[in-house]
Structures are given as C-alpha cells and as structure tokens.
Design a protein around this ligand. Structure first.
Ligand SMILES: Nc1ncnc2c1ncn2[C@@H]1O[C@H](COP(=O)(O)OP(=O)(O)OP(=O)(O)O)[C@@H](O)[C@H]1O
Ligand SMILES: [Mg+2]
Length: 256
C-alpha cells in the first residue's frame, strides 16, 4: 500500500501520517515513511527526539550523495539515470515506532519539468519507493495543492486529504480531491481531524456530500494531542481518542 497524506497547512497531516505509519509497523509490516515537507517534522511523531530529528540531512540537501549519484567528470553536466535502491538502506533512519524514515527535503517541483540534480535524485527515489518496491509507504506531503500536479506523488494508491471543519481547510481539501480525480489514484477520501463534536461533524459530512467526496474517518479533537504539541511530551497512545481513531483507520485500510 502506498499512501499520500495531504491537506491545508496545520490540519494534522504529520500527526496522522506518523500515527498511521506506526500502526502499520506495529501490525508487523515493513513501513517507510517519507517526509516530503520542506520543513520536515515527521521524525518526532515517529518517536525521535527533536535533536535526533534535527540531525537528519534531507536527501535533497545531501550534496555528497547528489554528487555521487548524478555527478559526471564534466562540470555542470549531470547524469539522469542512476541506481537508488542502495539509498534507502543507507539513508533511511530507524525510529522507535518501528517505521523507517526518509526525509526528502524540498520536493516542491516534483510534478514540474525541473531537472536539477537534487530534484532528479528525489524524483527517482520517490518513483523507486512508490513503484518498484513492496514496502508500505506513507508520504507526508507539503501543505496545499501545488505539489499535486502530474508528479510522482500520483503513483500512490490512496490519497488521504486531511481537513478540519474550518471553511478554508474544507475548500483546499476539495481542490486537492478535484486535482487528484482522474489520476490513477484508486482511493481518494477526506479524513476529518480535530473534530470537536456533532455540529462540526455535520458541517464536514454536509460539505462532503455536496461535493461528492468520501469521508474515510473522523478523528476527534484530542486535548492530549494538542498538549503534546506544546510540551513535546509523548502522547499516551492508549488513552488518546485521536490515536485510537487513527489506528482504527489504519486497520480498516489494511483489511481492504
Ligand atoms: N486530533 C487532534 N486533536 C488535537 N490536536 C491535534 C489533532 N491533530 C493534530 N493536532 C495538533 O495540531 C497541530 C498541527 O498538526 P500537524 O503538525 O500534524 O499538522 P500538519 O498538517 O502536518 O502541519 P504542516 O502543514 O505545518 O505540516 C499539532 O500541534 C498537533 O499536535
Ligand atoms: Mg506537517
């Protein structure tokens, strides 16, 4: 299964991507989580300390690796074909959640025709992870819709579009779903997050119905999650209603 997690800024993409990945790993699957946000922070959700996460050099910023893979003896000329399978073993970071983490760095122009060496490398690596390998892959995407052009990210089989009940989040979620419709992505659906109660749930359901969108899960607002974001103290998963709901979504997705 290859899953991309998308949505407006701050709606909970990283929290949901990390919690899903951790659940898949604890269910016994090899999971690779890809942080494709230019300001990466998926590592902390996967149990790394802030210091450990900050030490990871994103692939797109790893000049030695880029040179090794794409460099030629001629300055300014670079290779477009190279092997990437070795990169996963060497540069993915094991995390306490059991998930292997790959931090890509800026992959904003993934769908565009950009052919600079860093982008070529990231693009080839993403393609390899999404198309050639059997691991479960979860892609935590940059906020917004730009990155969802006709790019490598469209090779996923499921696109989870995270939204809260805020109008702007809903509008962006609908745009993302529209952009992805007609691509090869088989499953595109909304995940409502930080839903405070029935009135917000009704807003979300009404919006989804009006726009012909599926709702895959509704994750409640959870003060424990919000507080963990403030204090940095890990969430007690067993007592978190949001974590439980995301774990349930993971289990449902695996059943299909
Ligand atoms: N269900 C929830 N209940 C309460 N707080 C939540 C919930 N989901 C996420 N949060 C909090 O919302 C904040 C934003 O979450 P997160 O970083 O996952 O969003 P994001 O969409 O990845 O943001 P960005 O666009 O900046 O990458 C965090 O402080 C997180 O702890
Ligand atoms: Mg994020």
């Amino acid at each position: 299964m290859k899953i991309a997690v998308s949505g407006k800024g701050g709606v909970g993409k990283t929290f949901i991507a990390g919690t899903l990945a951790a659940r898949f790993a604890s269910n016994g699957h090899p999971v690779i989580a890809i942080d494709a946000d230019p300001s990466p922070n998926l590592g902390v959700t996967l149990g790394l300390t802030a210091e450990e996460a900050a030490r990871i050099v994103p692939i797109a910023e790893n000049e030695n690796l880029i040179l090794l893979k794409t460099g030629t003896e001629f300055p300014g000329v670079f290779r477009l074909t190279f092997t990437v399978s070795d990169i996963i073993k060497k540069y993915s970071v094991p995390t306490p959640s059991g998930v292997a983490l790959m931090v890509m760095g800026t992959v904003r122009s993934m769908g565009s025709g950009c052919i600079c060496p860093a982008h070529s490398l990231v693009k080839a690596l993403l393609r390899h992870l999404l198309v050639d390998r059997n691991d479960m892959v979860i892609l935590d995407m940059e906020a917004g819709i730009e990155h969802l052009g006709r790019g490598t990210a469209q090779r996923v089989d499921s696109l989870l579009v995270i939204t809260d009940a805020d109008r702007k989040s809903l509008m962006i979620a609908a745009s993302i779903c529209r952009l992805a419709t007609g691509s090869e992505i088989q499953k595109i659906g909304l995940v409502g997050n930080r839903i405070t109660g029935t009135p917000q749930e009704i807003i979300l359901r009404t919006f989804a119905e009006k726009n012909g969108l599926d709702i895959l899960a509704i994750i409640p607002y959870d003060l424990k999650v919000a507080e963990s974001g403030v204090t940095g103290v890990a969430i007690d998963e067993k007592t978190s209603v949001a974590v439980t709901a995301i774990q349930h979504l993971a289990d449902e997705m695996q059943k299909e």
